[in-house]
Design a binder for this molecule. Structure first.
Ligand code: BG6
Length: 489
């Protein structure tokens, strides 16, 4: 449904996130009629340029990043007319009174998107307040990284809390806006089939993989201070883990869901100095080839030697009744062999096999466990791996084959980007897919000791060749337990 005209102000309006993700997402919502004329999208940055200059940049960005079809191309100029550019300096009050005169007021929803470094969140919040730009209908969106550890995250959250109520703060984790991630909730709680099996009694283990082929390239200066654990695990992978592991919430109310996620985070078995070597592997990519193209190593991209990890694998455990003894294997990395993100739930074997004799004659008939594979990207979809008879009049032979539901085939159309859903949720004031402060805290409480353990150990991240699946130690991490990483055959 169309949203009443609103104002969306993007600090960092000329940055990578704005041009690659936010503006294309807003454009698609406009082309679909959800954002209407009268809405103002205001980009803020430090350089001097006119609205027209800025619109030109966005026109280029849309052509590059928005995947326009013929119908949508006709909406570009209309969308650009909603865009304004204003120059503001965050370190002084100059320009702010004029800005406030133009945009203050409490009739319409006003969203401030802070696509700037976290050290500036407090500064921007204070200026917004002192210039009268915060009303009950004002919302603020903050991007990760929310600090670099629990202590700095706390300071940032305090600074935001001085100006905004918790219900006005939208901490974005774009993984929560991905279609398949939302579908996980639909599958778990909209079907009678899975929930009775969704526990240690029937599930052997869970794998969560977010593999990227990209390197860090121009983001090296940011990335080197972060590393894969903070960049991906603290937020995206832990959020996925929470959605798999949480108890059924009583409703879709934001706090009902967030309460359940929080309990999972608090039940994670701590990884500390004593068990970090057993439960974690870090790696850093060296030169290699991805998709047949030679690529440099991380240190070359950074231009310096570094101990920052670009890969991490973790064996996590959720210490509660439902999940006792069920490992959650997490792994994520840059410059891996393939871009694939998926959640794999592996069920336990049948208690007794009546097919033993078959297996002697035809080893491929060996029973394999059922697996539910949720493919986040690319080729979003769900597969349920089952044992089936090979058709034909010959003897009984079995194979492991998937029931395969591709989102594109089942629903057709364009897959909306996560930011489209999330930005509209902010305007509507629905915080369900955003992180509450206590979740962020709990996630850092689990992450910080891992980093401390790594720092205390003498080991450097293990090298892996770009284009591989990470250091061999990550394979050993799961094989020690008699399991293997899922490969979609
Ligand atoms: C971001 C990380 O949050 O997520 C990036 O900072 C990463 O390092 C990106 O590349 C991955 O997002 P997606 O949607 O491409 O899987």
């Amino acid at each position: 449904a169309p949203l009443a005209p609103f104002d969306l102000v993007i600090f960092g309006g000329t940055g990578d996130l704005a041009l690659r993700k936010l503006l294309p997402a807003l454009f698609h919502r406009y082309a679909d009629g959800q954002i209407v004329a009268g809405t103002r999208i205001v980009a803020i940055a430090r350089d001097t340029q006119s609205d027209e200059d800025y619109r030109g940049r966005v026109r280029d960005a849309l052509a590059k990043f928005a995947n326009l079809d013929a119908r949508e191309s006709q909406s570009v100029e209309g969308f650009l007319s909603l865009l304004l550019y204003r120059r503001l300096d965050l370190s002084s009050d100059s320009g702010w009174p004029e800005f406030s005169a133009e945009f203050a007021g409490d009739e319409r929803v006003r969203v401030f998107y802070l696509a700037v470094g976290p050290d500036l969140f407090g500064v921007v919040a204070d200026r917004l307040q002192s210039h009268g730009l915060v009303s009950p209908k004002t919302r603020v969106v903050v991007e990760k990284p929310l600090g670099k550890d629990g202590v700095s995250a706390d300071a940032i959250n305090d600074a935001l809390a001085r100006v905004f109520a918790e219900t006005q703060i939208f901490r974005i984790d774009h993984y929560l806006g991905k279609e398949t991630v939302q579908n996980l909730t639909a599958l778990r709680f909209g079907n009678a089939l899975f929930e009775p099996l969704w526990k240690a009694e029937h599930i052997d283990h869970v794998q969560i993989t977010v593999a990227e082929t990209v390197g860090v390239e121009s983001r090296a200066p940011y990335y080197d201070k972060s590393g894969a654990l903070r960049d991906m695990v603290q937020n995206h992978l832990l959020q996925l883990l929470c959605l798999v592991a949480m108890e059924p919430p009583s409703s879709l109310a934001a706090d009902a869901i967030r309460d359940e996620k929080l309990k999972v985070l608090r039940a994670l078995r701590p990884i500390v100095n004593g068990n970090a070597a057993q439960s974690t592997v870090r790696g850093q990519y060296k030169a290699g080839a991805v998709d047949g193209t030679a690529v440099p190593g991380y240190a070359q991209e950074l231009g310096a030697q570094s101990l920052t990890e670009t890969f991490v694998a973790i064996k996590a455990e959720v210490k509660n009744w439902r999940w006792a003894g069920v490992p959650f294997y997490l792994r994520t990395g840059k410059r891996l062999g393939e871009r694939v993100s998926e959640i794999v739930v592996t069920f336990r074997q049948v208690p007794h096999s009546i097919f033993e004799d078959l297996t002697d004659q035809d080893p491929s008939s060996r029973l394999q466990p059922n697996k539910l594979v949720l493919r986040l990207q690319p080729d979003e979809g769900v597969k349920l791996w089952l044992m089936n008879k090979v058709p034909g009049p010959g003897g009984l032979r079995l194979r492991h084959v998937p029931l395969d539901m591709s989102f594109a085939a089942a629903f057709g159309g364009r897959q909306a980007d996560a930011y489209e859903r999330l930005l509209m949720d902010v305007v509507r004031g629905n915080p369900m897919l955003f992180m509450r402060r206590d979740e962020v805290d709990a996630a850092w409480k689990w992450i910080d000791p891992i980093r401390a353990a790594w720092a205390a150990g003498a080991e450097a991240p293990r090298p892996y060749t770009a284009g591989s699946w990470g250091p061999s130690a990550a394979v050993a991490l799961i094989e020690r337990d008699g399991r293997t990483w899922h490969e979609d055959a």
